[in-house]
Design a protein around this ligand. Sequence first.
Ligand code: OAD
Ligand code: ZN
Length: 242
Amino acid sequence: MRELIEKVREQIRQAKQIAVLTGAGISAESGVPTFRGADGLWRNKDPMKLASIQGFLENPKEVWEFYNWRREVIAKVTYNKGHKALVELEKKKENFLLITQNVDGLHSLAGSKKVLEIHGNIWWVKCTKCYYKYEDRTPNLGELPTCPKCGGLLRPGVVFFGEPLDSDILDKCCNFLKHTDLMLIIGTSSVVEPAASLGFIVKKAGGVLVEINLEPTPNTKFMDYAIHGKAGEILPGLIEGL
Ligand code: OAD
Ligand code: ZN
């Protein structure tokens, strides 16, 4: 393990441009539940009911109940050592981008600046009628919250299954990844597209892929290095010694 960490650290040292992709695993040690795996939310909840656009249109009350619960959970927690280590990495590398699938906002709270939240942010809400979009950090917004401008039904400012990612954000990611020497892929099960395939842009351009995850994923076989363990334990040691 120590040798592996030292090798990856050397690769990070040499890399001129670094990208990071994070998933729910990096926030697990903060107390935010992940989606898949033994304790994951999707173990006993149906993502198509709670996190798809069809599910929202059919039963907005049930979806809002789920999001209000998640907002309450996230309101009570804070960033951990893994998030903090990525803030340090950003300070050390000028050409840096952190792409996150997480909607919890913990990377920014920790102090990361160059962050793209490709699945949106749970503290944002959008009107389904007039498209007014704003930030509201009230943990529980009630059964069916309405737009302060037009009275239309609000929705969470996150990307639902069945919806495309914001094309400007996706373009920014892809353009950066084309010129990236090394990408850290942290705490994601690598099964949700297009996030799961972003690493291949780096690979195709000759860059190095490093996975840091509790367990192997379907993408582990494409990695140059795979470190298995908790992000909050591995990242500080990896980045401190740079
Ligand atoms: P998942 O819940 O699918 O995967 C989390 C991964 O993190 C798993 O592979 C775990 O083994 C790993 N993990 C758990 N704890 C960890 C720790 N302490 N350190 C390192 N790794 C750990 O979450 P995502 O891959 O982020 O989308 O899920 C992708 C998307 O699916 C989410 O953004 C969400 C979800 O449905 C939307 O809501 C659009
Ligand atoms: Zn409105």
